[in-house]
Design a protein. Structure first.
Length: 551
């Protein structure tokens, strides 16, 4: 190889280690990592250098290009760690394409100025190197390019093959794996694991017919169709109860949620596998009942597998009981591949952003009250079957700082801790609380809608839960981070508890919540004496059980 190519390669190696050191939290120095990680780092750099040398035909331009790409990944990782408590992993590369399709969801977290500056600097660098550094192919002929590139490819294979074979297993704890293995080895490890199919445990999930206690075989033991209640489940964007986190939050912020928990069948904190974003992780765990360990590496992007491998879900199980199943999400259906996944999970219909219009917006997205109106319309349908609606809201999705000025109706903060917050941090929190109050109003409307107008009307059940806590890094730095748990409440119009018999709070994992709803629904319907057994009495409350209870 020519001296210029060797010098450029050595510079590229040095830069990759230097840029890796910019990761926060930091990674272990390469001399303290397993030896195989050094082979993977060196082999990856040789592979990248060979590839860009073939494409760009300029060794020093290749150095700059590789360094620029690594800087993008490091900056993305640092931003993700600061906002989502998780570093960049291999599965996140697909989000670069999503950032182009849905820039509002991603670019503001990195800073619009930074994105513009990086793009401009990249364009200038490309123009400069194309002009300043001549092409090896045009200047020295094909051999000057192909021979060193071929040697580098062979060298990368000689380093990568034993390196990858000798890597220690990942623990699927992103921060820990990144620290132990370094950037290149962690990306390789997660990427290789992602090529594996879903574990066998996931294919036989808890909602498979034969796996549901008390319902095998499907027989006359199941409730009659007319005894089944309507079921509305709301996955409320960024919903948690911040009154337990900060004294700044008004105590009367969530009157409808407080009323629901007072008469709920079950309620309490909800453990979710996401922080600030990655809604799909919570969503998949709820619908399928599969905890992260059952999905293995696919816990990070579960829907990528679900489009190929159908998994039993709450929706598919309810469909077997005779429910009409509808998913409502006021955002493009293609996001997270929901347009392909939801039918696989058993939903008959998926109503996305196309079923709403500009008048339904509140802030940056379709408002929660518009979603409540849509659910109400579905409940008013003349279809005689029970209805299951899974509503995924969007109103409280960040970035919160894009809503400036803060609307006048945003709740005000009070307390000594407010003095420690900067103006923008107070503004973020007020914007969040405003949308939280709208979510609470949505809950109130749905509960009223599900309350039967007459004893003969079909009763209803409502489950409300949050997918993750919001992104408010500045406020968390000043006031302390919340636990990361959200909250849930499950209510039935047929079996409201009284204040004196209020259910004690019970902590659940979100993967347990769907089964808890399903079991409560069967018990609720089994306690109801169906009209064809005693046509003289249709009262939905306090009847003796007319069907055998599910075990």
């Amino acid at each position: 190889m020519s001296t210029a190519i060797v010098a450029a390669l050595l510079m590229s190696l040095a830069l990759t280690f230097a840029i890796e050191a910019l990761l926060r939290p930091s990674v272990a120095p390469f001399w303290r990592r397993p030896p195989a990680t050094l082979l993977v780092h060196l082999g990856s750099t040789c592979l990248l250098f060979a590839f860009f040398l073939l494409v760009l035909q300029r060794p020093w331009f290749s150095v700059v290009f590789i360094a620029s790409l690594q800087l993008v990944v490091v900056q993305a990782s640092n931003t993700k760690s600061a906002t989502l408590n998780e570093p960049f992993i291999c599965q996140d590369f697909e989000y670069f394409l999503d950032a182009i399709k849905h820039p509002r969801l991603y670019v503001p977290f990195f800073g619009i100025r930074l994105a513009v500056a990086a793009s401009s600097a990249g364009a200038l660098a490309i123009a400069a190197f194309l002009w300043l550094e001549p092409s090896l192919l045009s200047r020295h002929g094909p051999a000057a390019l192909l021979v060193p590139a071929g040697f580098l490819l062979l060298s990368s294979a000689a380093l990568l093959l034993p390196g990858l074979k000798g890597l220690p297993p990942c623990r699927l704890e992103p921060h820990e794996d990144l620290h132990r293995l370094g950037l290149f080895s962690a990306l390789w490890s997660y990427g290789r694991l992602a090529m594996r199919p879903l574990p066998a445990e996931a294919l036989k999930g808890p909602f498979a017919s034969e796996a549901v206690p008390g319902t095998t075989p499907v027989s006359q033991d199941l409730p009659h169709l007319q005894d089944l209640p309507h079921l509305i489940v709301v996955q409320s964007e960024s919903f948690f109860d911040p009154r337990d986190w900060s004294e700044l939050v008004p105590g009367d912020l969530l009157p409808h949620f407080d009323a629901l928990t007072q008469s709920a069948l079950r309620r309490g904190p909800l453990r979710v596998p996401a922080w600030g974003a990655n809604t799909v992780r919570t969503e998949a765990a709820f619908l399928t009942g599969l905890p992260p360990r059952a999905l293995g590496i696919h816990r990070f992007t579960p829907y990528r597998q679900f489009i190929h491998t159908p998994v039993a879900s709450l929706a598919s199980r309810l469909g077997e009981l005779g429910y009409r199943t509808v998913c409502v999400h006021p955002y493009p259906a293609s996001f997270y591949l929901r347009h392909r996944v939801m039918p696989q999970l058993g939903f008959d219909h998926f109503l996305d952003i196309r079923h709403f219009d500009a008048r339904d917006r509140d802030g940056q997205y379709v408002g929660d009250l518009a979603v409540a109106e849509m659910v109400g319309t579905l409940l008013d349908d003349s279809d005689n079957r029970p209805l299951f609606v899974f509503a995924i809201t969007m109103e409280n999705h960040g970035p919160l700082h894009l809503e400036r000025p803060v609307p006048d109706d945003a709740p005000h903060l009070s307390g000594a801790a407010a003095n420690r917050l900067k103006t923008e941090e107070i503004a973020d929190l007020r914007v969040y609380l405003r949308h939280l109050r709208n979510a609470d109003a949505m809950l109130g409307r749905l509960r009223a809608k599900l309350t039967p107008a007459s004893p003969a009307a079909r009763p209803g059940m409502l489950c409300w839960y949050g997918d993750h806590v919001p992104i408010m890094s500045g406020a968390y730095d000043r006031l302390g981070e919340p636990s990361g748990d959200t909250c849930y409440a499950l209510w039935s119009s047929r079996r409201e508890t009284t204040a004196n018999a209020r259910q004690a709070a019970e902590s659940l994992g979100v993967s347990e919540l769907g089964m808890a709803i399903f079991e409560a629904l069967l018990q609720d319907a089994s306690r109801q004496e169906s009209p064809h057994d005693d046509p003289q009495d249709n009262d939905a409350v306090g009847h003796t059980q007319s069907h055998q209870e599910q075990e």
